[in-house]
Ligand binder design. Structure first.
Ligand code: 4AD
Ligand code: MG
Length: 477
């Protein structure tokens, strides 16, 4: 018989019919009630077993984690907690899970413990809910761009360019490590890494996206990006997914409008389509917060926070205004920030960003027009000659979620900038071509997907919103 998902069974459409369901045992109570889940929803289907009808050898195999196929009649449930249940007629054990060794038992496991079990943690309600929301967000993102006439463009993963100029790249090399070609100075000649070119894993698909925007108008990438930064924070991964739209003829204001509209749209999508998972995650968070001191608790429950972001304008503030606010602020009575803002030109630390968002404006903030010296080479220089048309979007509880800019479209200005930074023009010959042939104003941004998932699920650590996190500690799986 064709099997039915737990989600479909719980909808009640198949009442009084004979049904088959496959799934994993969550709990088996009193030798009578199996709570079965197949990942289609946070909720379980209760399968009622008349133990006199089944051989002991079968019942013994039913334990948390075992994979079963159950056939029976879907009936209205007399018990509390569920509308329907299955009167079990047949049980087939696909695979057992020995309670002595199966790590995921029906009790509370810490997130740290589960991180060590990345291959099994998706069997907990928390991780299943997070990963379903992650999947729904991916869909919503593609959907948004599709509806707005963007073309999905695949940026290369192996590339010769360092888009951010930050030098945080994973080298890709085909060189014989035991016998590498050497430079005249006797060092490994990385110019020979990949058929005569130094190559690395991409840190951003932006430069290539610009080439595509200058032909297809509106494009976006959504793919993995890599940063070899040794940051052990709850916001950084060595491998993360980034969404990067790039639009010809958009200036910075249009770029901000796009980013804000896009984020609100995908949040609305999950509010509409992931209500049960979000309600579960909200409750999880409220329980967790009860153990924290009052001051550290969030002032809004998860779903209210998502609605707030979806329904209210982001605050747009220039870097210069933000510096003034920070200089005049009193984050706490005695001490200001652990990294004081030295003056105009300094980069903001995450504590400054979070102060602006969480204490001062109390809403998402778009900071724009940053000093040229602290931003990447490709950003468009303003008339003042010292700031660039950059924008960062800062989110409560997260900090920076988006980094973007209007790009420098003037060949001469871009060349000067490249020269001043000591970058060899030849390395960017194709990028400069885009300014030689049919150049135009254009803009784009990068949204860190895991930071969005963090915000959407209320999870506290970025390692818990990506299936198999890659951090300096964790690349085992
Ligand atoms: O601010 P970033 O470095 O900007 C760029 O890469 C631009 N080229 C994007 C563009 O304009 N097309 O990175 C963009 C976003 C950050 O705001 C952050 O959300 C995320 O990517 N991000 C990370 N997420 C997880 N782990 C890391 N190590 C991250 N580094 C950046
Ligand atoms: Mg950034």
């Amino acid at each position: 018989m064709k099997s039915t998902s737990v989600k479909e069974l719980l909808s009640g459409n198949l009442l009084l019919q004979e049904v088959t369901v496959n799934g994993w045992v969550k709990t088996f109570r009193s030798n009578r009630f199996i709570a079965l889940n197949d990942g289609s929803t946070i909720n379980n289907i209760q399968c009622v077993v008349d133990f006199e009808e089944f051989d002991d050898s079968i019942l013994k195999q039913i334990a948390t984690g075992a994979a079963l196929k159950i056939t029976g009649t879907l009936v209205e449930s007399q018990g509390r907690g569920q509308n329907v249940e299955i009167q079990t007629k047949n049980i087939y054990v696909h695979g057992i899970a020995d309670p002595e060794t199966y790590p995921i038992q029906p009790k509370k496991h810490s997130l740290e413990f589960l991180r060590e079990k990345a291959h099994l943690r998706i069997r907990t309600n928390t991780f299943a809910a997070v990963m379903r929301v992650r999947s729904a967000l991916s869909f919503a993102i593609h959907n948004y761009f599709r509806q707005n006439d963007f073309n999905y463009f695949h940026a290369p993963i192996i590339t010769g360019s360092d888009a951010e100029g930050a030098g945080e790249m994973f080298r890709v090399t085909t060189l014989d490590q035991k016998n590498p070609p050497l430079t005249e100075e006797g060092e490994i000649n990385h110019k020979e890494d990949f058929f005569g070119k130094e190559t690395n894993l991409t840190v951003s698909g932006q430069l290539e996206a610009e080439a595509y925007a200058m032909a297809l108008g509106k494009v976006y990438t959504f793919g993995p990006t890599f940063r070899a930064e040794n940051s052990n924070t709850s916001r950084h991964l060595a491998e993360f997914w980034m969404i990067e739209p790039e639009v010809a003829f958009n200036d910075l204001d249009a770029n901000m409008d796009l980013a804000e509209d896009f984020i609100k749209d995908v949040i609305n999508y999950i509010l509409e389509n992931c209500a049960e998972d979000l309600a579960f995650l909200e409750k999880r968070l409220l329980d967790e917060e009860k153990t924290k001191p009052q001051a550290e608790r969030s002032d809004m429950p998860l779903i209210e926070k998502l609605k707030f972001v979806a329904d209210n304008n982001f605050k747009r503030v220039s870097y210069t205004e933000a510096i003034d606010i920070l200089r005049n602020s009193k984050p706490n009575k005695k001490k200001k920030f652990s990294y004081p803002i030295d003056g105009w030109g300094a980069d903001l630390q995450s504590e400054h960003e979070r102060y602006l968002v969480e204490k001062h404006f109390k809403c998402p903030v778009i900071l724009f027009d940053y000093p040229a010296d602290i931003k990447a080479f490709y950003m468009r220089l303003n008339e003042d000659g010292k700031t660039v048309r950059a924008m960062d979007i800062l989110f409560p509880g997260i900090g920076e979620i988006v980094g973007g800019s209007q790009r420098e479209e003037r060949l001469d200005v871009l060349k000067e900038k490249i020269a001043a930074l000591g970058i060899d023009e030849k390395e960017l010959w194709w990028y400069l071509d885009l300014r030689k042939f049919g150049s135009a104003v254009h803009s784009g941004f990068g949204l860190g997907f895991e930071r969005l998932v963090l915000f959407a699920t209320g999870m506290g650590n970025i390692r818990d919103v990506i299936p198999f996190p890659r951090t300096p500690q964790n690349a085992e799986f």
